[in-house]
Design a protein around this ligand. Structure first.
Ligand code: MN
Length: 246
């Protein structure tokens, strides 16, 4: 299972896609721009085991802002949205206002259409992301990807019903492990964040996401098998929300 991967951005995307479909029970392919979503949906189409979602990554807010209307149209047609969110790190701070305008419009659309499930980026902006959610009650359900906020921000996110997707690269850092230890164990799912995420010099693949169970088991003081079962059962729960009703 993998609840956040940029499958379209692997150098050999078609091959990775084919393997993910055989090896993974479920894969969530997030895109970084509305045009990329449109193009990727044709080449790497959704199946009963793979969802693909329209997004507009905050790191490209300035260059893709013109695609906002396209995103809103895609949000109306899709059950899932991502990657979306805010990034307050120094490199992207100059466009933070623009990021907030885009993210706010997208959440408003989600609210209007009765709620969506979102894969959300919140690096150095957890507080602002949570504020944006509070402004749009009924926007849906957020899956906080690679969460790196403070423990109190994590507690707030948990209180409003957020899920968390956790990957091998996140668990390499002491802060990531500390947060993962405190997460609500019935709302944690595995992610790869490949091909951006690496462990050592290896790119994390969609079928590597479940390996997080090994570290989570230690953090949660559980046998590895139980941590794995928890991730799988959470993943099955969440994947029901991600798929269109048949
Ligand atoms: Mn990502």
């Amino acid at each position: 299972m993998d609840f956040h991967c940029h499958l379209d951005l692997y150098p050999d995307a078609r091959q990775v896609y084919a393997q993910a479909l055989t090896r993974n029970e479920f894969t969530w392919l997030v895109t970084t721009s509305p045009r990329a979503f449109a193009a990727t949906s044709k080449v790497l189409p959704a199946t009963s085991r793979l969802v693909i979602s329209p997004g507009l990554h905050p790191e490209v807010a300035d260059s893709k802002a013109g695609e906002l209307d396209m995103l809103l149209g895609q949000v109306r047609e899709s059950h899932v949205v991502g990657e979306v969110g805010l990034d307050g790190s120094p490199r992207y701070r100059a466009h933070f206002g623009l990021q907030q305008a885009i993210f706010g419009s997208m959440l408003y659309e989600c609210q209007l259409v009765g709620g969506r499930v979102l894969s959300v980026h919140s690096r150095f902006a957890a507080n602002e992301v949570l504020e944006a959610f509070a402004n749009r009650p009924g926007f849906g359900t957020a899956v906080m990807h690679w969460f790196s906020g403070s423990p109190s921000e994590m507690a707030r996110a948990t209180d409003i019903g957020c899920w968390f997707s956790v990957g091998p690269a996140m668990l390499e850092s002491p802060n990531g492990r500390r947060l993962a230890q405190m997460m609500p164990r019935d709302r944690v799912v595995p992610e790869s964040d490949g091909p951006f995420a690496t462990v050592g010099s290896k790119t994390v693949m969609p079928w590597d996401a479940l390996s997080t169970a090994t570290v989570l088991a230690r953090l949660w003081a559980l046998p590895e098998e139980d941590a794995r079962e928890a991730l799988i059962s959470n993943g099955r729960q969440l994947s029901k929300l991600l798929r269109p009703v048949d």
